[in-house]
Design a protein around this ligand. Structure first.
Ligand code: GRF
Length: 203
């Protein structure tokens, strides 16, 4: 069974959607995977408390305690290590609202098995403030993208996208809420698809 390790920084609503989906009987049978740990770089991330209530293993690696990105990433890698699972079928690392830029060395360690969700229709609007930028640009549609993580921020092969309309009176907040509710459907499905495509051997 494949392990899933989720990294968050805040509310963790995507993490919650993934955990809940993984617990649904049918989904679990299809997936052969389980969420084994939730890690956060923010000690007060709301999602951590929820994960703890659910009996999930949690850990905090506070980036402020490290002098460099490399030192933080090394600590994060160490925190993930106990949850890696089978050496020939190591964990899927899922970034869910994880707001840290990762070093190329860290990304290389998890190459091909680290996913992210970004609240725009990539390759449009990588980076921050995606909803405000989509509205300012006059976009008629917006959405979210699940992609494989590579060393270039918010790039990497696109695995799945969800599209929502941008309505005439939208604010960044109303658009964000419409996109987020689609993220909760999109991310578990994209993970299920990834697992199906990467669980072929019988290890
Ligand atoms: C989501 O919109 C995600 O796409 C972005 O940050 C937000 C995280 O929300 N990267 P949550 O913590 O999953 O509720």
């Amino acid at each position: 069974m494949r392990n899933i390790v989720i990294l968050i920084s805040g509310t963790g609503s995507n993490m919650r959607a993934i955990v809940e989906a993984s617990r649904r009987q049918r989904w679990e049978a299809q997936l052969d995977a389980r969420v084994v740990a939730v890690l956060s770089n923010q000690p007060d991330a709301a999602g951590l408390a929820w994960a703890q209530e659910q009996g999930l293993a949690t850990a905090v690696v506070d980036h402020r305690a490290y002098p460099s990105r490399e030192a933080f990433d090394a600590a994060l890698q160490q925190a993930i290590a106990p949850f890696e699972g089978h050496v020939q079928k190591p964990a899927l690392i899922v970034l869910a609202g994880f707001m840290r830029i990762l070093t190329p060395g860290f990304v290389a360690q998890f190459a091909g098995r680290m996913l992210n969700i970004h609240p725009s229709l990539l390759p449009a609007f990588p980076g921050l403030h995606t909803h405000a930028r989509a509205i300012a640009a006059g976009c008629r549609v917006a959405g979210a993208t699940v992609h494989e993580v590579t060393s270039e921020l918010d790039h990497g092969p696109i695995l799945a996208q969800a599209v929502v309309p941008v309505l005439p009176n939208d604010t960044p907040e109303t658009l964000a809420a419409r996109v987020l509710s689609q993220e909760h459907r999109l991310y578990p499905q994209a993970i299920a698809d990834w697992l199906r495509n990467n669980n072929k051997s019988d290890l």
